[in-house]
Design a protein. Structure first.
Length: 367
């Protein structure tokens, strides 16, 4: 049976089309993916992300552990800052991608919150525990203590400002603060999101989430704020060229192959998989994750082969959709190095037909 978030009953009451996602009963769409997508791009939408996992790392070994298990350099984080990162494995693949929050210190020193994908909560927890065996940092899995709403879009900040005395306009991208919000205390207001549309992510106690949801919709009534489901969350992230774990990145893909070299700090010191990644960088990657647009109207699907103009297999599609903002099909996939350059003409093999496509620079959508 699928698990429920604090908001599941609200989604059902709103008539959302509910699906199982990462073991949770989640809304795919309410009124339609395209409508919700465009509303987020042009106005404001609210996503229930309460299925995400939250791990806390503290104690004298906190920074040492976070540095060991993540690819980015957490030593650069001050309190109030957030960092996109990933967990590399020993082979240089990706256990998961995540956000690292530098939380206020406690009596024992530094504290970090790691926000991980819902589908990987158990896997990630076991991975961190394994890596912590010789370090002894204090670990706490608080995934079921928090609810999370992502309020995204150009009007999101204006709407949320009506519910707090915190000056949201002063919070820079990938920064956060903790304050009162919608009458609730100790709410994390984070200038992050995975849509490219701007806005905030709101972390609060699970029991407070329905009241916060109602307050947000009351505050945004004038702007016509709408709920948004997983369907448009996927189309929004793909338009920005953001990776989806399980599609574009996984245990067998390297962050260097996936265009995530900017979060892979090989000079920070030792971390899991560093030597493999260092060798890979020195030798050069053999394939690259790239974006492409289709010449026709057919949407590329995960797993379709990518061919060169002579019909030779040079890669595979990882994600594809009809872009609601651009009104043509887009996709991402891994291709052999050399075929990744913008302007390269390739084909997608659907099994019955070969469809023309062109490699393009990411992101697809530029606001």
């Amino acid at each position: 049976m699928s698990k429920r978030t604090p908001m599941t009953a609200v989604h059902e009451k709103l008539g959302a089309r509910m699906v199982d996602f990462a073991g949770y009963l989640m809304p795919l769409t309410y009124e339609g993916i395209n409508e919700e997508h465009l509303n987020v791009r042009n106005n404001a939408g609210v996503f229930d992300c309460s299925h995400m996992g939250e791990f806390f790392v503290s104690g004298p070994g906190a920074l040492e552990l976070v540095q060991k298990v993540t690819s980015n350099d957490a030593s650069k984080l001050d309190v109030g800052r957030v960092q996109y990162s990933c967990f590399p494995n020993e082979r240089g693949g990706i256990v998961d991608d995540l956000l690292v929050y530098r939380m206020p210190d406690d009596a024992n020193g530094k504290v970090f919150m790691l926000v991980v994908n819902a589908s990987n909560i158990d896997k990630d927890w076991k991975w961190i525990e394994k890596q912590n065996s010789e370090i002894g940092a204090e670990l706490s899995n608080r995934s079921y203590d928090f609810g999370l709403l992502a309020v995204q879009g150009p009007n999101a900040t204006k709407i949320l400002q009506r519910l707090t005395n915190v000056d949201l306009s002063s919070i820079e991208y990938y920064h956060y603060t903790i304050g009162d919000f919608a009458g609730k205390q100790d709410v994390i207001l984070s200038a992050t999101g995975y849509t490219g549309a701007g806005g905030f992510e709101v972390y609060a106690k699970e029991k407070d989430m329905p009241a916060i949801w109602d307050a947000i919709f009351e505050a945004g009534e004038e702007e016509g704020i709408q709920p948004a489901g997983l369907g448009c969350r996927d189309t929004l992230r793909l338009e920005m060229g953001y990776c989806l774990y399980g599609n574009d990145i996984n245990d067998e893909t390297s962050p260097l192959e996936a265009g995530l070299g900017w979060i892979t700090k090989l000079k920070k010191g030792d971390f899991v998989g560093r030597e493999v990644l260092l060798k890979m960088k020195e030798e050069g990657v053999k394939r690259r994750l790239t974006g492409f647009k289709m010449e026709g109207r057919r949407v590329p699907r995960h797993g379709y082969a990518i061919l060169d103009e002579e019909g030779q297999n040079v890669g595979e599609v990882t994600s594809g959709t009809m872009s609601p903002s651009l009104e043509y099909p887009i996709g991402m996939g891994y291709v052999k190095t050399g075929f990744h350059k913008p302007g390269t003409k390739l084909k997608v093999d659907t099994g019955r037909k070969q469809l023309d496509m062109e490699v393009v620079a990411l992101p697809f959508y530029k606001s």
